[in-house]
Design a protein around this ligand. Sequence first.
Ligand code: SIN
Length: 514
Amino acid sequence: MTDHNETDVLVIGSGIAGLASALAAAREGADVTVATKATRPEGASSWWAQGGIAIARDDPEQFEADILEASSDTADPDAVSALVEDANEAVEDVLLSTLDVSFDTDGEAAPESSDGDFDFGREAAHSEDRILHVDASTGRHIHIPFLNYLEDHDDVTVRDDTAALELIRHEGRVHGAVLESGGDFEPTYAGAVVLATGGIGDLYPHSTNPAGSTGDGVAMAALAGADVTDMEYVQFHPTVCVDDGSPFLVSEAVRGEGAVLRNGDGERFMFDYHEDAELAPRDVVARAVKTERDATGEVLLDVSPLDFAGEFPGLVEKCEDHDVDWADGIPVAPAEHFLCGGVSVDEHGRTSLDRLYAVGECARTGVHGANRLASTSLLEGLVWGLRAGEDAAGKEIDVIEAPELLERDPELPERFAEEKFHRLRRVMDEYVGLERDADDLGRAMSVLRRLKGEVDAYTRTRTSRSLYELRAASITALLIARQAAENEESVGCHHLVETSPDGGDRTPEPRADD
Ligand code: SIN
């Protein structure tokens, strides 16, 4: 056996779900390695979370009802109950007692057993104020203390700039992963592996995710034979400022505080689409914003009904960085935001493969169904991370034969990857976006199959991180397109429209810049 590493629990990814898994496993006495592609905290999606983290407060039944309703009753009620049952305690234990996160306060009642007075926020489809937040930059106020805490932990090693390329598996059991760091490849054996690789933003031209969100965990799990479900439910956020080519999220919390959407004619239009207007479910608002942009040229988020500068200083700064004059309205469009499906897991984050767990955005817990309720993703990551980490600890490490990855000519694949990514994003944008039809999904699949074939041919002879990211993206994109084509029910994020009457082949032609 060549050089290798061993660890009780290998966590792949460093967002809130991965860090919660590491914490829980270490609390069980495990030696934990967190391998993350990120080189800075901003590399994890959790850092970017704005709105906050919803808790049950003293009405868990209503919280469950809101999650189910936002999902159009497609969420799994048992998974929703598990989330809500653990919510207050997980937040109290990890975020308040362990990490001492300073959520905004204003004299409101606190969650059970805490003595804080929190300023609970509200977002779309929540029937009460239950979101803990720090301004609209909650993610970084959780993520940074969490990383610092674990970096100081004796039983946890955080390896940044380290990618997982392939799982090591044998007969339905996962034994570790091949990691790449600085161009070197090294098998890392573990008693259990927890996938916490985040989202799929790199599959679309505009996304709220950090770069590198290529669906690595979903693809590695699928290649190893794990069940992957609900991939068609890709959530688009309705209010993303995309004007200067570097998109930034404008939190739903801003609409929760009273901001309204106006079309290019200055009209407030959301009541034409839903009785809850700007606070309608996210998929409804996203499609309405797209329709109005197509019809009138632009949609602006009018923040004049609230004290925007006082309540959202972080967003004011963002607008200024991007030369957006927010007082005239913030130009917004929908952009890819969150994958509701992923690697299928049970209530402890266990996948269909032995010793393989998945948590956070790459997992399909059943909590979100076809449409995720705002500010439940950090909570899901925290709750399932803790559950999975606890379960993953205490398993024996077996050192078996690792897949052999070849290292050759990394230059060519870098350029190759760039071109293929460009094609993949165009296909996903045109055919597998906010609205889908059967013909377009068929076209997407045929382009993506070809693309995956080309990428597979390269990965047989070369190895580089970007090539493996492209492979992950092409596998994940194909899973999304295929599962979208298989689901004939138009619900939540999977919105089907009539097949375009002209029928013909609309495969995107290569452009001069392709
Ligand atoms: C937002 O702040 O609008 C995003 C919150 C979420 O996606 O849960």
